[in-house]
Design a protein around this ligand. Structure first.
Ligand code: SAM
Ligand code: SF4
Length: 460
């Protein structure tokens, strides 16, 4: 049975009423957010509609403060892996839509191995499998085979330790299969919570059913998946409506299943072949996008936020300060893109084309700790267990040591020269921020072991 927990009349009313909130009211809400108190729907709506420079400045400051308090300087790294571009849907924004004529393909298991080898050589430990929807060419059994193939691969420098999956909304039975295959996060973007827009941009195919798509996480949760990542494609409808939609969706999951989104992705519409970006009247400019990211950070402090290479270098730099906690690096958005064994079409054009190494190195120059940690999922800290860890404040004693140990491993395996020195400097400085004495000592011991080649893959 599907339910519609997105009450659009309620959202529209909130956004309309919010226009009449006075400055004193907004200041009170911002004071609350600064003190770590949760904001109501009404208060979030007020922040969304407000364009006053003074408030905007504070929104950015508070988002940055929350980001620092909860996530410290860690940035989790990942890469997408496109396995198939066959698709039976007609999403008007996507290059893989079924009307677009190009040479489609899916990877064989040997090709998957080549792609994963290329990703592993960049240092990646966490992948997100991506595909179009096409049961005939890319069934759930094919996806499961991809997952098994990847988890079975072992390299001199370790292995892919976590596979997230971003594939079409599916049935409870299929979600059970994904769960049994050991997926990390099941990621699915609602694209837009605004039903009339949803219908326009999804004119045909199974994805055109708004309610089927909206209830996908319910079916996944009923199948035992308790680690889910939501998102919207900014640029389709009013971004303020979308943020309220994300909040209502998250609340629905929390009420019904006791866990909300582990992550929220914030893709923004980019040009792609087979679509015309000028057909989209709600494109989001840089300033509005930064404000949206900051408000999501304030509204859902404990939910990780993912940014992809859809954004250029400068934008990524800015958004990292405002709330993003996970980024992709060295990404290719076409099937076979890493080992370059095909002439094909990418899903969208990548705006940050720097190599993984240069992104990672620059993150460190900017004071961040690139993290290759995959511990939560492997230690069974998903769903409500992850949320209670995050809310307890103990995350610092868990994620920081894991980030430092995995960064040390990365430097040993892929670094050298200045890079290794840079990493050593960060580890030395950040290790002092591990509050728990025994965890700090254990981390020092593990790092010494990694450096001496006496062990790897340590995590708290
Ligand atoms: N096919 C599945 C689905 O549609 O849910 C899996 C996801 S698809 C491979 C990944 C995401 O790329 C889509 O959910 C969509 O939000 C995003 N996307 C598609 N076209 C895009 C474009 N032109 N610019 C930015 N993101 C785009
Ligand atoms: Fe297919 Fe997904 Fe692209 Fe839609 S967004 S056309 S479902 S790959």
């Amino acid at each position: 049975m599907t339910t519609n927990f997105i009450n659009s009349a309620y959202i529209e009313e909130l956004l309309e009423e919010a226009k009449f909130t006075d400055n004193a009211g907004i200041r009170r809400s911002l004071d609350k957010a600064q003190e770590g108190e949760a904001l109501s729907h009404k208060e979030i709506a007020c922040l969304l509609v407000n364009n006053n420079e003074e408030h905007l400045k504070r929104i950015y400051e508070i988002a940055g403060m929350i980001k620092k308090r909860i996530y410290g300087s860690r940035i989790v790294m990942f890469a997408p892996l496109y396995v198939s571009d066959f698709c039976i849907n007609s999403c008007t924004y996507c290059s893989f839509n079924k009307e677009h004529v190009f040479n489609r393909s899916k990877l064989t298991m040997d090709e998957i191995r080549q792609e994963v080898k290329a990703l592993e050589m960049m240092g990646h430990k966490r992948l997100a499998i991506e595909s179009g929807e096409a049961d005939a060419q890319c069934s759930i059994d094919y996806i499961i085979e991809c997952i098994k193939t990847i988890y079975d691969m072992k390299f001199e420098n370790g292995e892919i330790r976590r596979i997230n999956v971003n594939i079409a909304a599916s049935t409870e039975d299929n979600y059970r299969k994904l769960k049994n295959a050991g997926i990390g996060t099941y990621i699915l973007f609602q694209e837009t919570y605004h039903e009339p827009t949803y219908k326009i941009v999804h004119p045909a195919g199974p994805k055109s059913d708004f309610h089927w798509h909206l209830n996908a996480f319910d079916r996944a949760a009923d199948a035992g998946i308790d680690d889910v990542g939501g998102g919207v494609l900014f640029g389709l409808a009013d971004p303020r409506f979308e943020v309220m939609g994300l909040l209502l969706h998250n609340e629905h999951l929390e009420k019904k299943y006791n866990f909300g989104f582990h992550t929220i992705s914030v893709p923004r519409l980019c040009p792609a072949s087979g679509m015309n970006i000028n057909n989209f009247p709600n494109l989001v400019d840089d300033e509005t996008f930064a404000k949206i990211v900051a408000i999501i950070r304030i509204a859902l402090p404990f939910t990780g936020m993912i940014l992809s290479t859809r954004e250029n270098h400068d934008m990524r730099k800015k958004l990292l300060q405002l709330g993003i906690s996970q980024i992709s690096a060295g990404s290719k958005t076409e099937v076979g893109g890493y080992s370059k064994n095909r002439q094909t079409t990418s899903q969208f054009l990548v705006n940050d084309e720097r190599s993984a190494t240069s992104i990672i190195s620059e993150l460190m120059d900017d004071g961040y700790i690139p993290s290759f940690c995959t511990a939560c999922y492997r230690g069974g800290r998903t769903g409500d267990r992850f949320m209670s860890l995050a809310k307890s404040g103990e995350i610092k004693n868990v994620c920081l040591p894991n980030a430092l140990m995995t960064l040390c491993e990365y430097a040993m395996d892929y670094g050298g020269g200045i890079f290794t020195q840079k990493t050593a400097g960060i580890i030395e400085k950040e290790i002092l921020n591990i509050a728990n004495e025994s965890i700090r000592q254990k981390t020092i011991e593990n790092i010494n072991n990694i450096r001496a080649g006496k062990g790897r893959d340590f995590f708290v």
